[in-house]
Write a new protein. Structure first.
Ligand SMILES: [Zn+2]
Ligand SMILES: [Zn+2]
Length: 229
């Protein structure tokens, strides 16, 4: 079973996969960690009642493509409307994030922008990604007993992450993939070249286009993330 839940598992143009990649986990009572916040995510957060009884939300952003941050402004407003007291947007560049949030028209809502290393409830390590010209980050999140890696969009896996996986220091590795690979995403074959078959059961493929073959992913020994509910 996947450690985190996915609201949508598709790539930017996917219709069938539930569009827009965004995942969440309740890591403590009343506390939620959300990975990215793409265009269609807020609708799902509201319709599935994801924020019911939540008093603290950490939103970890990988990069500024709209399939990853399209709902962010409205989500901040929605948290404010619900009276959630602790809303943290987590990104390695605070000034840039503030500019983006201001462009969304968010001014008076209650939120903080934190660096990944400032998060206290669990530990986050940041990894630079290669995603064409777009700055993008992957994150290693260490909870009490579980360590997960969540790629931003990227055409490569950082060598340190492969090493950690080989040393059994990662329990769940979530990675975007593409059927052929391009300047934005790694191909499923390239991912298979980098990760030995014996460890692929720890790898969860996400950000899937409608064209990619589930059969091929599963045959290689990887997992595929499924939409929540
Ligand atoms: Zn992207
Ligand atoms: Zn994307």
């Amino acid at each position: 079973m996947s450690y985190i839940n996915f609201l949508g598992v598709g790539s930017a143009f996917s219709i069938e996969r539930g569009g827009n990649c965004s995942a969440f986990t309740y890591y403590e009572n009343n506390s939620l960690l959300l990975f990215d916040c793409g265009e269609t995510v807020l609708k799902k957060i509201i319709s599935e009642g994801i924020l019911k009884d939540i008093s603290s939300i950490n939103i970890l952003i990988t990069h500024f493509h709209s399939d990853h941050i399209g709902s962010l402004g409205s989500l901040i407003f929605y948290c404010d409307y619900l009276g959630i007291s602790n809303v943290n947007i987590i990104y390695p560049k605070v000034k840039k994030m503030l500019e983006v949030i201001k462009l969304f028209g968010v001014d008076k809502a209650n939120f903080k922008i934190l660096l990944p290393e400032e998060v206290e409830d669990f530990k986050i390590e940041t990894y630079n990604q290669e995603h064409s010209h777009m700055e993008s980050f992957g994150y290693l999140c260490k909870f009490d007993e579980t360590t997960i890696y969540y790629s931003g969009d990227t055409k490569s896996v950082p060598p340190e992450i492969i090493k950690k996986l080989l040393k059994n220091e990662i329990d769940y590795l979530y990675h975007d993939i593409h059927e052929y690979g391009n300047n934005y995403h790694i191909s499923i074959d390239e991912l298979a070249m980098q990760i030995p078959e014996s460890l692929r059961h720890k790898v969860w493929c996400m950000h899937l286009s409608d064209e990619i073959s589930d059969k091929k992913i599963l045959k290689l020994g990887f997992n595929i993330v499924k939409p929540f509910k």
